[in-house]
Design a protein around this ligand. Structure first.
Ligand code: HEC
Length: 172
């Protein structure tokens, strides 16, 4: 219950942060600041960072791993989609941060054409909601063309701040 409330408050807080239905792009997603290894774009929205040498930030790498443990079974490898669920590497070209977080937390059900495809709610699943930003920045990188398919070969180290945030979310 406390977890649900916390997630809801979080959704309301971030919903006001981003413009709705804006087309995302490599330019808009460009990292302009870095707080303890976590990158943000000019609007203060979490984003990915890939150095000219191909080193991805920790959160993008972590998102790659989380995606492939919790989302890939329905959404296909590398966000390319499947016959069951949409290609998130396409969806995130238009979907803003707040919408992404609320769909993942609350789920969605599309009933039509005699077929029922269900996006489960992950708001009570710590293995997902403690890593929402990781998932978002990874898929954002895939969507705006910042990152090729497959496991990132080189990554930044996990910072102490990232480890601490993870601990407090997982134990909270
Ligand atoms: C059990 C299968 C399943 C799993 C696991 C799953 N999804 Fe989904 N997801 C779906 C389906 C089906 C839809 C389409 C629902 C609809 O059309 O309303 C969807 C839709 C979405 C959408 C909206 C896409 C759009 O274009 O509107 C997002 C975002 C999303 N999922 C993110 C995730 C993330 C992130 C994970 C992993 C944490 C995940 N999903 C895991 C089945 C799944």
């Amino acid at each position: 219950m406390a977890v649900r409330l916390a997630v809801s408050a979080f959704i309301i807080a971030i919903a006001s942060l981003t413009p709705v239905n804006a087309q995302d792009s490599k330019e808009a997603a460009k990292a302009v600041s870095n707080e303890d290894g976590k990158y943000f774009d000019a609007d203060g929205v979490p984003t990915y960072n890939i150095s000219p040498e191909g080193v991805v930030d920790w959160f993008t790498f972590s998102g790659y791993r989380r995606y492939h443990s919790d989302c890939h079974v329905c959404h296909g490898p590398d966000g390319v989609g499947s016959s069951y669920a949409p290609a998130l590497a396409e969806s995130l070209k238009k979907m803003d941060y707040g919408t992404f977080i609320s769909i993942v937390a609350e789920g969605r059900k599309n009933v039509g054409g005699g077929k029922e495809n269900v996006m489960p709610a992950f708001g009570d699943n710590k293995n997902v909601y403690c890593y929402m930003d990781d998932l978002y920045v990874y898929l954002r990188a895939r969507a705006v063309g910042g990152m090729p398919r497959g496991r990132p070969p080189k990554r930044e180290d996990k910072t102490e701040a990232a480890a601490e945030a993870e601990r407090s979310c997982m134990e909270g």
